[in-house]
Ligand binder design. Structure first.
Ligand code: UGA
Length: 439
C-alpha cells in the first residue's frame, strides 16, 4: 500500500476505536504511541496480547510491533511528547440519565494540555455529544501555559465491531471538523493512503457539524432497524413476509437494503448509548426528540416480543427447559454489552424457565453476568432435552447445524428464531414449529 510521510501519533485510550485506529495507522507507516491508564491492559499489549476480540487485529498489532511502529505506555506525557497528532479515544459511558459521561474526555484533555511542547492537533474520536469539541478546546486553553499552539478537531469513527479493520481501511467517508486549515491538512496527510485506496471523500466541516454527523448517522441506522421491526410486527398480523418487504424496499437506491433486518432489535456499545445520548443532548438544547424516543422504545419492545413468542409456544415458562443459541450482540464478536440476548435470558429465568446457552465466542464474558444458566459445549449440546430452541444471534455456525439431529435432540421441535436465520417453509417441511420475526 502507498506510504504517506510518517507522522507521530498519540492515541489516548486503547478500547476498540483506539486500538484499531492505531494499528491501522501503523499499517500505513505512522508511528503510534498508545496511552492507557489501565496498567494491566498496557502490560498485556506489551506482552503481545490484544485484549479485544476483533478479526485481524492480532496480526495487525503484531505487524506494527515487528515494524517498531507501536509503542505502549500508561503515561500521557510520554505518549504526547513527540506526537504531532493526539487522538482522544477514551470511553464515554452512559450515565443513568442516558447522558454521555465526559469525565474521561475532560481528564485526558487536561493532561494533554499540561504536556504540550510544540504545535499539535488534538482530535476527538470518541463519540461525543455536539459541542464537546468546544469544551475540549476550552479545557486545553485553560490548562496549558499558552506557549504551545494547538488546534482541535472532531474526527468521528464509523467502524463496526467485527469488521473494524476493513471499515477503517476502506471507509465510506472521513470526516474532520475543525476551524483550522492547518489541522485539516495534517489529518488529510495522515489519512492520505487510505483516501487514495478507498476513494473516500475527505469532508471538512466545523466541529459541531462533525460531531452531529456521527450521532445522526448512528441514530439514523437505529431508526432503520426500529422501522423494519415495526413493519415486521405488522407482517406478523397479516401473514406478509418482512424479508421480502426489506429486499424490495432495498432495491430503491434512496432507501438501500442495509440495516433492514428485522429481529430482536439493536444492541452493542454504540447504538443504544448513542441514541440515548442524542435524545439527551437534544433535550438540553430545547428539542424533544420524540422520533428517537420512539426508536428506543420500539427497540426495547422487540426483546419483550421475543419472550412473548416463547410463552405463546410453551404456555407457562415455569419449569420449562429452553435452549438459547447466541449471546453476543451480533455475530463475529464476543461483545455482550447491551446484547438483547442478556435481557431475554433474564426474562426467561424470571418466569421460572431453565436456560441452556451456547455462543461460539461470548461464553466467557456472559459467564460473568449470567447466573443460574447452564453453559453448553456446543449448539446441539444446548438443544438436548429442551422444550424449545431460541436463536438470538445469527452466527454462521448455527446455519450449518444438522437440523434432523436438532429435531431429535429437542424434546419438542419448536424453534423461535429471533434473527430470521432459518426459512419457515424449510423448517416446517422438516417438522419444526417455527416462529420468526415478521417472517
Ligand atoms: C455501529 C455502526 O454500524 C458503526 O458505523 C459505528 O461506528 C459504531 O456503531 C460506533 O458508533 O462505534 P456496531 O455497534 O459495531 O457499529 O454494530 P452494527 O453492525 O451497526 O450492529 C448494531 C446492532 O444492530 C446489532 O445488535 C445488530 O444485530 C443490530 N442490527 C443491525 C439489526 O438488528 N438489524 C440490522 O439490519 C442491522
Amino acid at each position: 500500500m502507498a506510504q504517506s510521510k510518517s507522522i507521530n501519533v498519540c492515541i489516548v485510550g486503547t478500547g476498540y476505536v483506539g486500538l484499531v485506529t492505531g494499528a491501522c495507522l501503523a499499517s500505513i507507516g505512522h508511528n503510534i504511541w498508545f496511552v492507557d491508564s489501565d496498567r494491566e491492559k498496557i502490560d498485556a499489549l506489551l506482552a503481545g496480547n490484544v485484549p479485544i476480540y476483533e478479526p485481524g487485529l492480532d496480526s495487525l498489532v503484531a505487524e506494527g510491533r515487528k515494524n517498531k511502529l507501536l509503542n505502549f505506555t500508561t503515561s500521557i506525557p510520554e505518549g504526547v511528547n513527540e506526537a504531532e497528532v493526539v487522538f482522544i479515544c477514551v470511553g464515554t459511558p452512559p450515565r443513568a440519565t442516558g447522558e454521555a459521561d465526559l469525565v474521561y474526555v475532560e481528564q485526558a484533555s487536561k493532561e494533554i494540555a499540561r504536556n504540550l511542547n510544540g504545535y499539535k492537533v488534538i482530535a476527538e474520536k470518541s463519540t461525543v455529544p455536539v459541542q464537546t469539541g468546544k469544551r475540549i478546546e476550552l479545557t486545553l486553553t485553560r490548562n496549558n501555559d499558552g506557549n504551545h499552539p494547538f488546534d482541535v478537531a472532531s474526527n468521528p469513527e464509523f467502524l463496526r465491531e467485527g469488521s473494524a479493520i476493513a471499515d477503517t481501511m476502506n471507509p465510506d467517508r472521513i470526516v474532520v471538523g475543525t476551524n483550522s486549515p492547518r489541522a485539516a491538512d495534517i489529518l488529510r496527510n495522515l489519512y492520505q493512503p487510505i483516501l487514495e485506496r478507498s476513494k473516500a471523500p475527505y469532508i471538512v466541516t466545523d466541529m459541531q457539524t462533525a460531531e452531529l454527523i456521527k450521532h445522526a448517522s448512528n441514530a439514523f441506522l437505529a431508526t432503520k432497524i426500529s422501522f423494519i421491526n415495526v413493519v415486521a410486527n405488522i407482517c406478523e398480523r397479516t401473514g406478509a413476509d418482512v424479508r421480502k418487504v426489506a429486499e424490495s424496499m432495498g432495491y430503491d437506491k434512496r432507501i438501500g437494503r442495509a440495516f433492514l433486518d428485522a429481529g430482536i432489535g439493536y444492541g452493542g456499545s454504540c447504538f443504544p448509548k448513542d441514541v440515548e445520548a442524542f435524545i439527551h443532548i437534544a433535550g438540553q438544547l430545547g428539542y424533544n426528540f420524540e422520533l428517537l424516543k420512539a426508536v428506543a422504545k420500539i427497540n426495547q419492545q422487540q426483546r419483550q416480543n421475543l419472550v412473548d413468542k416463547v410463552r405463546d409456544a410453551l404456555w407457562n415458562l415455569e419449569g420449562k427447559q429452553i435452549a438459547v443459541w447466541g449471546l453476543a450482540f451480533k455475530p463475529n464478536t464476543d461483545d455482550i454489552r447491551n446484547a438483547p440476548a442478556l435481557d431475554i435470558v433474564a426474562s426467561l429465568l424470571k418466569e421460572g424457565a431453565h436456560v441452556k446457552v451456547y455462543d461460539p465466542a461470548a461464553m466467557e464474558k456472559a459467564a460473568e453476568v449470567l447466573k443460574d444458566t447452564h453453559f453448553s459445549s456446543s449448539a446441539l449440546d444446548a438443544a438436548q432435552d429442551c422444550d424449545c430452541l431460541v436463536v438470538l444471534t445469527e452466527w454462521d455456525e448455527f446455519s450449518l447445524v444438522d437440523k434432523q439431529k436438532l429435531k431429535e435432540l429437542l424434546k419438542y421441535p419448536i424453534v423461535i428464531d429471533g434473527r430470521n436465520m432459518f426459512d419457515r417453509k424449510e423448517m416446517e417441511k422438516l417438522g419444526f414449529t417455527y416462529y420468526g420475526v415478521g417472517a
